[in-house]
Design a protein around this ligand. Structure first.
Ligand code: DO4
Ligand code: MG
Length: 275
């Protein structure tokens, strides 16, 4: 089942019907270890509501932090090595790709995160920006994967490439993260055949498109979560982006007005325009 956050509260979509969860905040829901088992029982007690409008969607995040894994696909390893070779950073990316400990970094808070239909941003001091379409895990306080959403880890590749120590500036800024359109509440792993699709539309024509399947993801989501929770507590749960396997060619940079569409079925499509 799909969990949406709207201005009027949380809404569940099940079999084409929508159910308003009056009185249950997203913080309260995502702190439940048993969310995948709890929601079906709750729906038995609620009547469907006809007042759901996709235009009312908000990012499915409240007090949760967003973290991200990096260099989890071979394609990402190669792109980072190339962009940072002048800075001598290439070796780091190669080493982290094959190391036992994954790269995990702090990505965003709710205030910097936008939902479906809202605008993502590129930094004013960057001249090379890309979207990173990433399967995003929804993690309970005790580290159970209770759902999935679609994520966009907007990145300034020139800043990241100049020096790996600039990573936080390349990754964390206003409008640098998009999540949505919903949380697919489900504790079963998504099939390896699951596709992540990216389409960037400029002036009504497709400027770039590509896809990658989860077979290319080098790290197991459960292992990524176990590293994130080492000596770290998340009382409201958290989000963990699993890295990008799609990198546009080096000649490509996002521009204002571009529309970024990221689709991961069975979650849905996250669409954002660049401000
Ligand atoms: O190491 C830099 C960032 C990597 C990243 O965001 C990714 O691989 O998706
Ligand atoms: Mg990324």
């Amino acid at each position: 089942m799909k969990l949406f956050r709207t201005a009027a509260g949380c809404v569940i979509e099940e079999d084409g019907q929508h159910y308003r969860l009056d009185g249950h905040t997203l913080n309260w829901l995502l702190a439940r270890e048993d969310l995948p088992e709890f929601l079906p029982g709750l729906l038995q007690t609620i009547v469907p509501d006809q007042g759901f409008h996709a235009a009312d969607l908000l990012a499915p995040i409240e007090h949760q932090e967003v973290w991200a894994a990096g260099v989890t696909y071979f394609r990402s390893r190669g792109a980072r090595m190339e962009e940072s070779k002048d800075a001598g950073g290439g070796n780091f990316y190669d080493r982290v790709y094959s190391a036992e400990r994954p790269e995990l970094f702090f990505k965003s808070t709710a205030s910097r995160t936008v939902g479906n239909g809202a605008k993502v941003r590129i930094r004013a001091d960057s001249h090379w920006s890309v979207p990173e379409p990433e399967l995003t895990l929804v993690v309970s306080p005790k580290g159970r994967i209770i759902g999935y959403t679609v994520g966009n880890d907007m990145s300034s590749r020139d800043i990241e490439g100049e020096n790996p120590l600039y990573l936080p500036q390349a990754k964390v800024y206003n409008g640098s993260c998009a999540l949505g359109p919903c949380i697919l509440v489900n504790d079963s792993p998504l099939p390896h055949s699951t596709e992540i699709e990216l389409e960037i539309v400029r002036h009504d024509r497709v400027e770039f498109s590509d896809s990658v399947s989860l077979t290319q993801l080098k790290r197991d989501p459960i292992t990524l979560v176990s590293y994130l929770l080492r000596d770290n507590t998340f009382p409201h749960g958290c989000f963990l982006m699993t890295g990008t396997g799609i990198v546009p060619p080096s000649s490509f940079t996002l521009a204002s007005g571009d529309k970024i569409r990221i689709t991961i079925e069975p979650i849905g499509t996250l669409e954002n325009e660049v401000a």
